[in-house]
Design a protein around this ligand. Structure first.
Ligand code: NAX
Ligand code: K
Length: 507
């Protein structure tokens, strides 16, 4: 397996600042001028619009004053010249003082008009009849938007949103913050967003999807040395570009050993789900540690799992004195440790877990109830080299209750995950819609699809089992995380709407 996964450029998600710095480095250091970049952005947007609209259509182009307007004006020129479209232009803030490249593009349109092209400039949207155009281009603001829309702008946006015709946004729906996805006063609701050069991170938060419509990435020739990104989008494109995780070892203990500390009285279901999932995912050997009183429950339901009873016949939870036998077995058969599903929150269980973690050298996943012991784990002086190999997998409630998380929106949740991971020196996967991953020795990831369906109980246990198996087989946490998350989604997509999809369908 490769050390690092190869990431398609359109899956690299950048902030507005990163996008601006890629633009300016390509222009000022590398030497492709801004007008050329705009030309490339506009011609790919026009190509997309041609595919969607066909020839001989009428476009309404709504422009601001910056380079975002420049993109719209240049795209209009391609559509007029190559696709016999006619165009109506409205400058929401007037057409004086345009950015230099937008100004040049406006003057080119005036020349086309003189050549006889069907071009009109209007001063007001109020009198415009919707029947006069087939689509709307939003070139009001892109990454340069720096405050709330004020004055007449929210009314204009509202009027555009009231049209029944498709709206295509240049780079970003005007009004959406390119990083946080916050609505700055008012925002265009696009059917498609053509994002240029870098895929903007703010287009991919859950609430942004209502405004972006479908996001189409239009590449620009930024040298890869200048590429900067905050996160990677998990989608089919990414998955197509990475290897499939396969176990090649011949012996069950060579590659793919998973140790699971899970389950307590009344919570054995979570342990079963996690163990079954690790097995289904192809682990060579799965050990499930169980307080002895629970063993009979597992005997009949988990035929493929190696069950190791700890304590005595009356024990229904893990206790500190059980740690030795677990540590000995892990030491003999090195692999990934998964701790937490249904393990309960008794302090004796926490002490057992801390004792095991102190000696566990391999990759470790802390999930569910294991996270309730985080304070104890943090204060137990486990060396950084061991912690670097840990992946914590809280859902939002667990992050808030046990890990001290505070956030008001997806963007803050993403930033919190990054900070937590940096400060605690561990990797973190925070479940939610989207789900975020922040890896110590790898990228940050964001799911590029609706994960709502995975909020039901049981999916977390299945995910942690799959993660443990995939990490143990591939020894590559990036690959394992992307594969585990996306394969569950792909399986959910195979189900028709008539059937209700549950965690059991992943086993
Ligand atoms: N050469 C480049 O740098 C490229 C830029 N591109 C396009 O350029 C865009 C960025 O262009 P700009 O940096 O010129 O910025 P924008 O075109 O997004 O907007 C900047 C203009 O809007 C004004 N403005 C900002 N916030 C406002 C508010 N709340 N109310 C009223 N006016 C406001 C600013 O004063 C400025 O005049 C990108 O999003 C992309 O569409 C692309 O053409 C690719 C190449
Ligand atoms: K825009």
């Amino acid at each position: 397996m490769p050390d690092k996964i190869s990431i398609p450029v359109e899956c690299k998600l950048s902030s507005a600042e990163q996008s601006r710095s890629m633009d300016s480095n390509t222009i000022n250091e590398f030497g492709i001028d801004g007008f050329t970049l705009m030309e490339l952005a506009a011609s790919s947007a026009a190509e997309q619009i041609k595919k969607l609209q066909g020839t001989g259509k009428s476009g309404l182009f709504i422009c601001g004053k910056g380079n975002n307007a420049g993109d719209a004006l240049a795209a209009a020129r391609y559509l007029i010249n190559d696709t016999r479209h006619n165009a109506t232009f409205f400058f929401v803030l007037g057409d004086d003082d345009l950015s230099p490249d937008a100004g040049t593009n406006l003057s080119l349109l005036h020349k086309l008009k003189n050549f006889g092209a069907d071009i009109e400039f209007i001063k007001d949207l109020q009198d415009l009849d919707e029947q006069e155009f087939d689509y709307v281009i939003d070139g009001i603001f892109g990454t340069g938007l720096n405050s709330d829309l004020r004055g007449n702008l929210p009314n204009i946006v509202q009027r555009i949103n009231s049209f029944s015709k498709p709206v295509y946004s240049m780079d970003i729906p005007s009004g959406l913050h390119a990083d946080t996805g916050q609505i700055l006063g008012s925002c265009i609701k696009a059917d498609y967003t053509f994002t240029f050069g870098s895929n903007k991170i703010g287009l991919h938060w859950k609430d942004s999807r209502k405004y972006t419509g479908e996001v189409v990435f239009c590449n620009l020739p930024f040298p890869s040395t200048y590429r900067e990104w905050d996160a990677v989008l998990i989608n089919q494109k990414l998955v197509n570009s990475i290897p499939v995780i396969e176990r090649t070892a011949r012996h069950k203990y060579d590659g793919g050993v998973v140790h699971i500390m899970a389950g307590s009285e009344g919570l054995t279901g979570a342990a079963m789900m996690a163990a079954k999932s690790a097995w289904k995912q192809g682990a060579g050997a799965v050990f499930l540690y169980a307080p002895k009183a629970l063993l009979p429950t597992y005997e009949s339901t988990l035929p493929n799992i190696i069950k190791i009873g700890v304590g005595n016949d009356s024990d229904t939870i893990f206790k500190k004195k059980h740690a030795e036998i677990i540590k000995r077995n892990i030491h003999n058969k090195q692999g990934v440790l998964l701790a937490g599903p249904g393990i309960g929150r008794s302090s004796d269980t926490g002490a057992c877990l801390v004792s095991v973690l102190k000696e566990q050298e391999g990759p470790t996943i802390l999930d569910a109830d294991a996270l309730s012991f985080w304070e104890n784990i943090e204060s137990s002086d486990i060396p950084m080299a061991q912690k670097r190999k840990w992946l914590l997998t809280p859902h939002i409630g667990e992050a808030t209750n046990y890990l001290g998380a505070e956030f008001k929106n997806d963007y803050e949740r993403f930033k919190w995950a990054q900070n937590f991971s940096n400060q605690s020196k561990v990797s973190l996967l925070i479940k939610g819609n989207p789900t975020f991953v922040s890896l110590r020795d790898g990228n940050n990831f964001i799911t590029g699809y609706d994960t709502f369906i995975f909020s039901r109980a049981g999916f977390g246990d299945v995910l942690s089992g799959a993660l443990a198996a995939n990490i143990s087989i591939s020894q590559n946490v990036e690959l394992a995380t992307v594969s585990s998350l996306y394969s569950a989604y792909r399986r959910s997509q195979e189900f028709g709407e008539s059937e209700s999809f549950g965690p059991e369908h992943l086993l």
